[in-house]
Each structure stands twice: as structure tokens, then as C-alpha cells.
Write a protein that binds this ligand. Structure first.
Ligand code: KG4
Ligand code: ZN
Length: 336
């Protein structure tokens, strides 16, 4: 089965083709980062308009490059939420209309399920059940993943998501948008020893997170410094170390509580090298295995949507013509 995946929940237009018989994936991505960077963050209206421009040319380019014709597509999977409503409407309308025109089934995919299942596109990939740390611009979740559509929420951020904290702190430090990669690059040149930022909520039981206080800590430390390049790098390093440490401590706790032997990290922040290195150390000490998607499938992309869509199509799921996008859509509401 050849499944087309379409992702437009935020500021990346992604299309992908997943061939289930051979388990192969090809994709194209257009990132709107440069357009939004001049405003210091994503402008929802501009995002929607740009998705309209990009989707069809991206799809045509992908089909031509892979030697497929439009009629080769057996099913269409599109991100139906959560995300920016206008952006979701573009992908939903595009995907649903294409499926109708081709006379093939369509399936509405939950964006976070896409992120959670993205490591399944790698070799070796995890086997169910596993614990997943989903860290993106909009979410920070620890999830017990028993199978496709079988998710138990173990913990989440009570305020800012981890990626959001990276983005906001980067802005405060004058590092620009998107903040994650900029902080990581600055931190690599800084010292983690000079300042010690708090590790929020680690002394409380449970698996919830809170990252909004770190942004205030970043601001105060930065304002009280001489604001030199060295100061900027050192604040970035102290901030990154605090986020990585906090995430690692909660992952260790989730692994101990569940008794599982596999940890998956996914979402934009899982691209962070300091986080990956730290979790590799935790995995070695704790006797569990660590999995993550290739770098290009950590941040938003069409491939994860094509694959998650395939899993649901294979289980017989179909989206009817009246399906509307859901800007808010709790992961726990999913089932198969
Ligand atoms: O998954 P994603 O592309 O979009 C959402 O679903 O939100 O995640 C984007 C987030 C942004 O906040 C970005 O700053 C963060 O992922 N990010 C990173 C890195 N690369 C992207 N954060 C830390 N380190 C990185 N290398
Ligand atoms: Zn995402």
C-alpha cells in the first residue's frame, strides 16, 4: 500500500510516501522558518497562506522524483490536529479533496501520534511497549505506549513545553528563532559550570514538568551579567543543562516505575545532542535501550504522518467527509 502523508500543523509543509510492502519512506519538506524568523515566532495567518502555496508543488516534485503518478497513491493521511487551526485546515482540505478525487480512503492523523511512531521508521526500531518522552514546541509528555492508539499519559508540562522554553529563552538572549538549535549552538561554546539553574519539580513525586520558571531565571541571569558573547554562551549552557537534566531525571523515574526496557524520545527537542548524550548515559546505567528518529524526522515532517496513517488504515480506520480539524486534541482520547 502506498500512503501519502501530509503535515501542515505549524510552520513546516511536509509530504511523504510510505510504501508498506517494502517499509520504505521518501519525503519532501518546506520549512517556513526564514519567513517567521523576521517576526520572532510563527505568524499563524502567514503559515496557512504559505502551506497553500507549497503543498501541490511539493507533492508533484516528490511523485516525479520517485517515478510515481498521482494514481499510484492508495490512501491519504493528513494531520488533523493538534496545531494551528488555519494551518490544519489547509492540510485537511487538501488531503481530503485529493482522496476524494482519486477515489481512495483518507485518514485523519493526530500529530503527536506521528511523533511517537516516528522511531518505527528506523532500524533497529523499538517494540511495544515502551516509554516515550515527547518533547516539541507545543508539548512535553511522558507516555506509556502499549501499542498504536494505546497511550497512557504519565506526566506533562504544567506550563511551557520544553521547546517553547528553548524558543523563549533564545529570544531573551537575542539568539533568534527557532530557539532550540540556536541555544544548542551557543551552549556548545559556553561553560555549564559558571551558573547553576534550578531543576524544576525534581524533588516532587510524579512525572510532571514545569519550564516557565527557567525562562525567568535566564532573563535575570542575563540582565545581571555584562551581556558579553561569553555571558550569552554561558547562560545558554546553564539553561540547556537544566532542561536536559530535568528531562533525564524524569525519564529515569518513568523507566524505573514502569520496569520497561525501552525509552523513545521524539519531537523537535529530541534533536538536541546534549539530551541524546545524557540519555545514552542513563540508558547504560539503567540497563534500558534508547531510540530516537533520524534528525530530519525529529522536527515536523510528512513521513511520520504517512506512517501513523498507514498503521490506522491497516486497522481499518477511515476519515469520513465531515471530519473537521481539531486544534486541541488530547492524545489520551485516541484509540484504535
Ligand atoms: O516537533 P516540532 O518540530 O514542532 C512541534 O510539534 O512543536 O518541534 C519544534 C521545537 C521548537 O521549539 C524548537 O526550538 C525545538 O523543537 N528544537 C530543538 C532543537 N531542534 C528543534 N530544541 C533543542 N535542541 C535542538 N537541537
Ligand atoms: Zn511537532
Amino acid at each position: 500500500m502506498l500512503v501519502l502523508g501530509i503535515e501542515t500543523s505549524c510552520d513546516e509543509s511536509g509530504v511523504a510516501l510510505y510504501e508498506s510492502t517494502t517499509h520504505t519512506i521518501t519525503h519532501r519538506l518546506y520549512s517556513q522558518v526564514a519567513m517567521h524568523a523576521q517576526y520572532g515566532g510563527v505568524v499563524p495567518e502567514l503559515a496557512s497562506r504559505d502551506h497553500i502555496h507549497r503543498l501541490l508543488p511539493l507533492l508533484q516534485e516528490l511523485l516525479a522524483a520517485e517515478g510515481y503518478r498521482r494514481h499510484s497513491i492508495d490512501a491519504v493521511a493528513y494531520t488533523a490536529g493538534p496545531g494551528l487551526i488555519g494551518a490544519l485546515m489547509v492540510g485537511t482540505a487538501f488531503g481530503r479533496s485529493l482522496a476524494l478525487g482519486l477515489g481512495v480512503p483518507a485518514v485523519a492523523v493526530h500529530h503527536l501520534e506521528g511523533h511517537l511512531l516516528a522511531p518505527m521508521l528506523e532500524e533497529p526500531h523499538p517494540e511495544f511497549p515502551f516509554i516515550a518522552l515527547l518533547v516539541s514546541g507545543g508539548h512535553t509528555l511522558l507516555v506509556d505506549v502499549q501499542g498504536v492508539g494505546r497511550y497512557t499519559l504519565l506526566g506533562e508540562s504544567l506550563d511551557d513545553a520544553a521547546g517553547e522554553a528553548f524558543d523563549k529563552s533564545a529570544k531573551l538572549l537575542g539568539l533568534g528563532y527557532p530557539g532550540g538549535p540556536k541555544i544548542a549552538a551557543a551552549a556548545a561554546m559556553g561553560s555549564r559550570e559558571r551558573w547553576h539553574f534550578p531543576r524544576p519539580m525534581i524533588d516532587r513525586p510524579g512525572l510532571d514538568f514545569s519550564f516557565s520558571g527557567l525562562k525567568t531565571y535566564t532573563l535575570n541571569t542575563w540582565q545581571q551579567s555584562r551581556q558579553s558573547e561569553t555571558d550569552r554562551h554561558d547562560v545558554a549552557a546553564a539553561f540547556e543543562a537544566a532542561v536536559v537534566d530535568t528531562l533525564a531525571i524524569k525519564c529515569r523515574r518513568a523507566m524505573e516505575q514502569s520496569g520497561y526496557t525501552q525509552l523513545v524520545i521524539a519531537g523537535g527537542v529530541s534533536a538536541n545532542q546534549a539530551l541524546r548524550q545524557r540519555l545514552h548515559c542513563e540508558a547504560e546505567k539503567g540497563g534500558f535501550r534508547l531510540f530516537y528518529p533520524r534528525l530530519e524526522f525529529c522536527t515536523d515532517n510528512g513521513a511520520m504522518i504517512a506512517y501513523a496513517g498507514y498503521c490506522r488504515l491497516a486497522a481499518g480506520e477511515r476519515a469520513d467527509l465531515s471530519f473537521t480539524p481539531r486544534p486541541r486534541w488530547p492524545l489520551a482520547e485516541l484509540h484504535l
